[in-house]
Structures are given as C-alpha cells and as structure tokens.
Design a protein around this ligand. Sequence first.
Ligand code: SAH
Length: 457
Amino acid sequence: MASELESGGNALREPATAGGTELQGNAEVRVNDAAASADRPETQEKAGKNGPEASQAARLHRPPILSMTPEELGQWLEARGEPRYRLRQVLHWIFTQPVENFDQMSDIPKALRRELGRAFRMWTTRVLEHLKAEDGTEKLLLRLMDGQTVECVLLRDDKGHRTACISTQVGCAMGCVFCASGLGGFVRNLSAFEILEQLLHLKRLLPGKERLTHIVVMGMGEPLANLKNLLKALELATSPAGLGISGRRVTISTVGIPPAIDRLAESGKPYHLAISLHAPTDALRNRLVPANEKIGIRAIMAAADRYFAKTGRRVTFEYVLLAGVNDRPEHATALANLLKNRTALVNLIPYNPVPELNFRTPSPARVHRFVEILREAGLNVRVRFRKGVRIDAACGQLRRRLTSGVAEGVCSEQPKPEMASSQSSLGEAPQAECPPGGEKSSSGGELSQPQNAPVTA
Ligand code: SAH
C-alpha cells in the first residue's frame, strides 16, 4: 500500500489491514508495526476448559500488568512461592526490554509465564500507525482498549538525547484557540498504565541498549488536569525498578492551574515545570487560552513563584508566536516586564500551522525582533525549532483522518512554517517540539469547526 505522503493522501484508508514500509521524500510511513499486538492473545494460552469464549472473557478481565506497582507485583510473585529475584526479572522484561507477551520472557519458568498471562494483560494499547522522519523523529498513533486513540513521539538529537513526548488525555478541555487538540473537546483522562505504555512503545523504537533519556509531557491534553495518573506513571518512569529516567529530565507543560501546580510542588519531585503563557496580558490570554478567564495571569505567576521557591527549579514560560496576534514588539516588552526579576526561561515556539485554523507563523524577522527585546531586558530566551516536520504535518491529520474518515490529502500538502527545522539564525540550539496531534470530532463524523473566531491583534 502506498503511503499517504506518496499518494497525495488518499491512502491509509484501511490502516488496520495494511502493511509494509514506504519511503517518500524525507518521511517514512510504516503501518501495522510489529508492536501492534496488544489485543492478540498470549501465544502460550490455551482455550480454557469452558471453551474459547470463556478464555477470551477471562483475558478481557485481566488487569494490565502496568497497573501493578512493583511492590504489588512482588507480593503476587511471593504468594506463588517465587524467589525474590523473580520480580527483578519480570520488571526487566517490562521496562528494559519490553516484550510483546509473557511467553517471550525467556528466563522465567514456562509455568509462571502462563500464570502471568492468565492473570495480566501485557499491553492495553497497540500501534495503529508509525511515522518516521528523516531527522530521526518517530510518531506513533496508539489505539486504546476503548477504541480511542492518542499520539506519542520519540525525538532524537545529536547530543544523544532520546526524548519521549507523551499525552495525558484523549482530547483536551482547555480550548486554546490555536491548538488542534482542543478542536474536538475533551474525551477522557488516560490511566497511568496508558501513559506508561506510550513510553514503552517509544522505548521499543530504540535499538539495542539505547535508553529514553528525557520525557516531555507535551502531547495531547492538560497534564495537570490528570495529575494523579500522571504522577503514578512518572513514579515508575523515574524509578530504578522502572524506566530509570531522572526526574530532573521530566518536563510537564501546563496551561497553568494554580492548585495543581501547588500539588505538583508538594509532591517533592524535581520535575521541570513549563507554563504555556502565550500572552503577557489577561485581555489577550483570555482570547487565546479561554481557560485563563477563570484563572488569570497573576495567580499563575504566583503559583510559578511558589513552585520555584519550593523546588528550586527554574520555570519555563512557553510562548507560541502567532503572526499578527501576540508577536509584536509591544507584546515582547510587556512579557519582559512580567517576567523580569524572575528566574525564568522563555521558550518561544513559532506557530506550527493547523490547516483548519486561521493562524500563521511569524516571519523570521518578527521572531528575531521579539527575541532581541526579551534578551535586552535580561531574560533567558530560547526559540524552539521543530523536529520531524513532515511527520508533524502528517500527524496533525493522523488521528482525525483515521477516526473520522475526513481531511484526507491535506497532510501531504501541508506547508512548512517559515522557520521549521532549520538551525536558528538567532544562535539557539534547536529544541524538541511535540505539538499535540489533531483531534477528531466527537460526533465521529465531520470535522468540528473551531469554536472561536480567529483572534486578531
Ligand atoms: N496542555 C498543555 C500541553 C499542551 S502541548 C499546555 O498547555 O502546556 C505543549 C505546548 O504546545 C503548549 O505550549 C501548547 O500551547 C503548544 N501548542 C499547541 N498547539 C501548537 C501549535 N499548533 N504550534 C505550536 N505550539 C503549539
């Protein structure tokens, strides 16, 4: 089957049955990845004595193994008379060398593998689609048990960083007017094991002993609106018994929910907080980030200050630059005034266009001027350049196309934003970006229209 990029977008109509790898331009599309095995019965399982239906029902009721803490799993093994080292072995197969099914845990006794398979599900998600860009960025569309889909991304850089960008919700309730994730509204929170499975699927893309080094919680959804499950997942992601990623290398990006920022600070974890500010005044932010109306920049800044005081970690302020909307010199000056005297980093993100939305990426000159003003005011500034431009473009359509059957063809023609994926003329190292994926209409039919009229300056 031809890839969407090759065919002008009318392929991938039957993603669940297609196979193969196609190369075109600087992007590669692989469909039906080998990891797409979540719902396949464990190979070692025989039909139970009540026949295949009973065995199928039993399988569906098995809890996901990732819903167990290492302590709980240890107790489960102990109750079966297993030696203490067995837990380490099982955790190795889950986190260090994630296998498709229990039968592949080759140093575990066969009887125990069978018992594990009868008691637990190994995966609850499966890879529906796998996109790969020339710069090493890979994007997965995962199907969840209830048929919903989420995207996650693996970003590679030349410093050896292997960054997983993960989603925390299906859809998003924040309604940011420039963001594709808000188009279909909010569907549901992801559970901790669904968040963890994204990390494991991405880890499986790495060859040999390569490890994930960083996590950015910048996929679909508002992480602080699903903080409990996120913290549970990150606990295992950062634990030596789990993925062993340093907590200091985890960035959580939020629209800014003060009570949840406080809870995050109280958790005692060293996670890096990024606040999506996008405007220096409430008047403008209310129009870009509707959730701001009930919160306000002042309360967000106070919560950011408390976070810094409690954790000692510099807070990042993200600012998506939208041409003619929030990118003028007076916006930069107002932003500088807001952030001066704070230990902060400003992360400027030239807009990644969403076809249905009426926003544009500013010119390089506009971005340059914005940066200059902030730097002259003494602020630390970075411009975040995009990775995996071609697959970002494709993925903006990916989830929507596969779930609603519309918008085909748009992705192959997606223009690159003016500054995409080039080394900065402003002297900044490129940074990973993982904008949220496209969103389906909740009716499952036509694309929903943006709820908000285009915002102009
Ligand atoms: N809800 C969280 C996570 C969102 S995604 C938050 O608001 O931070 C991470 C970042 O990508 C946010 O700053 C978000 O505003 C930004 N973003 C969303 N759509 C974008 C787009 N089309 N182009 C550039 N950045 C975008």
